[in-house]
Design a protein around this ligand. Structure first.
Ligand code: LLP
Length: 424
């Protein structure tokens, strides 16, 4: 079973104590009794420790770390990031409003996105956010228009597509030339060549987000080298480089763990050598990814021939990553299996009417697992609640934040009334 060496993903913030899984000093069993299931359970101190790790990895250069709100936009979590003095990376008018409600100073908000609407651009300019990561020339014209309207300079970084490949799922590679993201260097040269026509939209750097769940530093370094070459060619000195996010996390105890301080050293040294004034980073998954689990209860154990299915009360609408990307999430029983209990392989599936509705396949579970037992799907802090839906008219889970022995509801469980309120 996967509980061996859980420290790789849990860093000690989730652990078995007296035979039962705990988050910090709080038992999952008690949380399930108090809040029912399915529920997302977050460790506040794990989150803080990830924030401090990434901050110290990049302290050798002037770095603005903008938490990528899309990974998890829970307002209480955003407030924690803001108190830790992070900025915010947003991709929509909704995320921008969320960041402002959470209290992020506009001067620490960066706005990316391949399809910003004029009203979103205007809202960002009117709030005087730090910069826009620009995806095409028409967008620059809109930024110029609203810069003029509000009488202010708008900092713009051109998002480059440098055709860099990554060893990650093809849905989360964003820097290959066949993807919709960014502009190529030919177009970028042309835009910079006539940047004199813009009075308010000021091109000050480049945005290079490469993709997600990246475990090697080389693609980042390669991207910076390509940019350096390009700068030399067109004699442009960018003030800002926004490297985007993408720092990967382990999803199982066998996965590679990146050393973020090594990443920090290598990236900072190239930033210095290029004379870049400001580095922007947009980490999402690295900060929140492993700081939460989805707590769920076994509804039925179905045995058919060789096959065992654990039908649990969490489903693809709550956590879509396995169905969408075939992602692996570590699944563990809350009651610690004794060494003497044999294990069996089972598919952990939800109640949604789709064959793709599973949390894990061929998962080792104790042979005596039964109705009512609790399980967790780990690695559920990033792109988990934020990608949840009401498919099959299922109300979304609550979110609980644990701090030592204390816990608080940071998002209420949806009710059936919530499901229909927009429709009547
Ligand atoms: N900046 C930009 C412009 C992005 O598009 C993204 C993620 C990030 C930052 C944050 O990347 P991170 O540090 O979290 O890797 N739903 C997928 C991941 C999609 C990532 C989208 N963009 C998943 O569940 O794996």
């Amino acid at each position: 079973m996967e509980e061996k060496n859980l420290g790789v993903i849990f860093e000690g913030f989730f652990s078995y104590r007296k035979g039962s899984l705990h988050v910090e000093d709080t038992g999952m069993q008690e949380l399930a009794m108090a809040h029912d299931t399915p529920s997302y359970i977050y460790s506040r101190n794990y989150l803080l420790s990830q924030v401090s790790r990434i901050k110290s990895a990049f302290e050798q250069v002037d770095t603005m770390i903008c938490y990528s709100v899309k990974a998890n936009s829970n307002l209480e979590l955003l407030k924690i990031m803001r108190k830790e003095e992070l900025g915010a990376d947003v991709v929509s008018g909704g995320e921008l409003r969320g960041a402002l409600i959470a209290g992020f100073p506009p001067g620490k908000i960066v706005f990316a996105g391949v399809g910003k609407k004029d009203e979103e651009i205007e809202f960002g300019v009117s709030r005087d956010i730090y910069c826009f990561n620009v995806e095409n020339e028409e967008e620059l014209s809109s930024l110029e228009k609203y810069g003029r309207k509000y009488g202010r300079k708008v900092i713009c970084n051109l998002r480059l597509n440098l055709d860099i490949d990554l060893d990650t799922h093809h849905y989360v590679k964003t820097s290959r030339k066949e993807t919709k993201f960014g502009i190529d260097t030919v177009k970028a040269e042309e835009i910079i060549g006539h940047s004199g026509r813009y009075k308010y939209a000021s091109i000050e750097g480049f945005h290079l987000h490469l993709g997600s769940q990246i475990k090697e530093v080389e693609p980042y370094l390669k991207a910076m080298e390509k940019v350096e070459e390009f700068n030399r060619k067109i004699k442009f000195n960018p003030r800002i480089i926004d490297l985007g996010g993408g720092f990967g996390i382990p999803y199982s105890v066998r996965d590679k763990v990146i050393d973020i301080s090594d990443f920090g050293k290598s990236i900072s040294s190239i930033v210095k050598s290029m004379g870049i004034e400001k580095l922007i980073l947009e980490p999402g998954r690295f900060i929140v990814g492993n700081t939460a689990v989805l707590l769920t209860r076994v509804l039925y154990v179905k045995r058919r021939g060789e096959k065992t299915f654990l039908i649990v009360d969490a489903a693809m609408n709550d956590l879509i990553r396995p169905a969408l990307y075939g992602s692996h999430h570590t699944i563990l029983p809350v009651a610690e299996p004794s060494a003497a209990t044999p294990s069996i392989k089972a598919d952990v599936v939800g109640p949604v009417c789709e064959t793709g509705d599973y949390l894990g396949k061929d998962i080792s579970v104790p042979a005596d697992i039964k109705k009512g037992d609790l399980l967790v799907a780990a690695n559920a802090g990033a792109y988990s609640f934020s990608m949840s839906s009401n498919y099959n008219s299922r109300p979304r889970p609550c979110e609980i934040l644990v701090d030592g022995k204390d816990s608080e509801i940071i998002r209420k469980r949806e009710t059936y009334e919530d499901l229909w309120k927009a429709k009547i």
